[in-house]
Design a protein around this ligand. Structure first.
Ligand code: LLP
Length: 439
């Protein structure tokens, strides 16, 4: 298998093919996909499919690579909860000393559930914070509110005054730089709903400084997600650096620059060593800020958890319609929406390599929508009904984008850590789904 590479490593250090000796002679020595030292076939047998499986070792390695790349400057890594918000994942990340980027009261509640003291390293982003979400964040004592409009600034000022709580704020600026990514996840152009154009931001900072409970503390920027051209970050931060200088000239105390998230991963598995990629990213972010003496905030999501997760699914049926082949699997767009929503590419591999033969096929789910697919016209090793497939790089924006469409329960999630596996989310039953409905 090409994707398995010479060492059998598919997504190092988490997922690799290993020979699995089996008591059944038919299966002996057949290469099987493992997460760390745990057989994915075993996990599927134990927990059923569809099943998300995450590698703690991979998440740790990613966080540590960030920590190494930025160690020369004062910074706080605020993991972007939206990428994967399962409590077991958040706890792992909190234990590594990270803070969090949240975009809703619900995400903040998750963080508080995992570690109450983590609140002081939480930044709250998003264009539509409600008063009750602001109240929750003010009471929890979060680090920073990223403000996205004049109306939001006023609402926060009133809420903070009513609760008699201080709020540190940054204005999220829209630097008007394009990021070459999918149009749905690009955010830094003037036509997008996000952020405040830089000239208007200056006015907003002046206004913010007048409210007694608000403290101007930083400048924030986020230009989009799945960005692989690092010069986009550099362009945005050059503009931010200029704004920081200007704000300081006007007498504002700017301590923080929040550089957002957005660092892309390779869904083709052609990853350069993450350590190299992250140090190039650090250079792109830090170079424009040199000499500014700011505390950097980072909000990575995908680059921490994306490659650390797979979605396991079983082939239900093989089907041919006028020579077009379909593998109908038991996972669907409600479990992993990215291919349907963005036409995103996810590599798909068999868990057990039974055949050297290949075929071109669509991989589709059982949902009644033509858009319910994971791959179209994909060349894959031939697999049979009942075989397991792994959809790779599903750790970010996978489980979190799940829905109950077609009254399908959300899948179970398992975290593998040093040979141990923990069920961090139970499979959702129909009973769970019906609980809040009334006849
Ligand atoms: N900070 C802010 C303000 C954001 O809006 C986002 C992502 C992040 C940080 C984290 O970005 P990351 O490092 O993960 O790229 N559902 C889409 C991605 C949406 C990203 C939304 N914002 C996908 O599946 O590709």
């Amino acid at each position: 298998m090409k994707a398995a590479g010479k060492a059998g490593l598919l997504r190092p250090p988490a997922f690799s093919y290993r020979p699995r000796r089996d008591i059944r002679p038919r299966l002996s020595n057949r290469a099987q996909l493992f997460c760390e030292s745990v057989s994915l076939e075993r996990l599927a047998e134990r927990h059923g499919t569809p099943l998300y499986v995450y590698s703690a070792e991979m998440i740790r390695a990613r966080i540590k690579a960030f920590q190494r790349a930025f160690r020369a400057v004062p910074y706080t890594l605020c993991y972007s909860v939206k990428a994967n918000s399962t409590l077991g994942i958040l706890r792992l990340i909190a234990r590594l000393g990270a803070g969090f980027d949240v975009v809703s009261g619900g995400e903040l509640e998750r963080v508080l559930r995992v570690k109450r003291q983590a609140a002081r390293n939480v930044v709250f982003s998003g264009v539509g914070k409600t008063v009750s979400e602001m109240e929750l964040a003010l009471k929890a004592g979060i680090l920073l509110f990223n403000i996205e409009s004049p109306s939001e600034l006023r609402t926060l000022a009133e809420t903070a005054a009513r609760l008699k709580r201080p709020a540190q704020i940054a204005v999220r600026v829209n630097p008007d730089v394009s990021a070459e990514t999918h149009p749905y996840i690009s955010t830094g152009l003037h036509e997008h709903k996000f952020g405040v154009p830089i000239p208007e931001a200056l006015v907003l900072y002046r206004e913010a400084a007048k409210y007694p409970r608000l403290k101007v503390a930083g400048v924030s920027v986020h230009i989009g997600s799945q960005i692989t051209d690092l010069s986009n970050f550099q362009d945005a931060l050059l503009r931010v650096a200029e704004l920081v200088r200007q704000l300081r000239r006007e007498g504002h105390e700017i301590r923080y620059v929040d550089a957002g998230g957005g660092l892309g991963i390779s869904y083709e598995g052609l990853q350069q060593q993450f350590a190299e990629q992250i140090s190039a990213y650090a250079e792109a972010v830090l170079q424009p800020l040199r000499g500014l003496d700011v505390h950097l905030l980072l909000e990575p999501g995908r680059s921490i958890v994306g490659a650390a997760g797979v979605l396991l699914t079983r082939v239900l049926y093989r089907k041919t319609n006028n020579h077009k082949r379909f593998l109908i699997v038991d996972a669907a767009m409600n479990d992993l929406l990215r291919p349907s929503l963005y036409r995103a590419y996810h590599e798909i591999v068999p868990v057990s390599c039974r055949s050297q033969e290949k075929e071109t096929t669509d991989v589709v789910g059982p949902i009644c929508e033509t858009g319910d697919f994971f791959a179209r016209e994909r060349e894959l090793p031939v697999v049979g009904e009942g075989d397991l497939l792994a959809i790779l790089d599903a750790g970010a924006y996978g489980a979190v984008l799940g829905s109950n469409y077609n009254t399908r329960g959300k899948p179970a999630e398992v975290l593998v850590d040093a040979g141990k596996t923990r069920l961090i989310r139970q499979r959702e039953s129909v009973k769970d789904q019906l609980r809040r409905e009334r006849l």
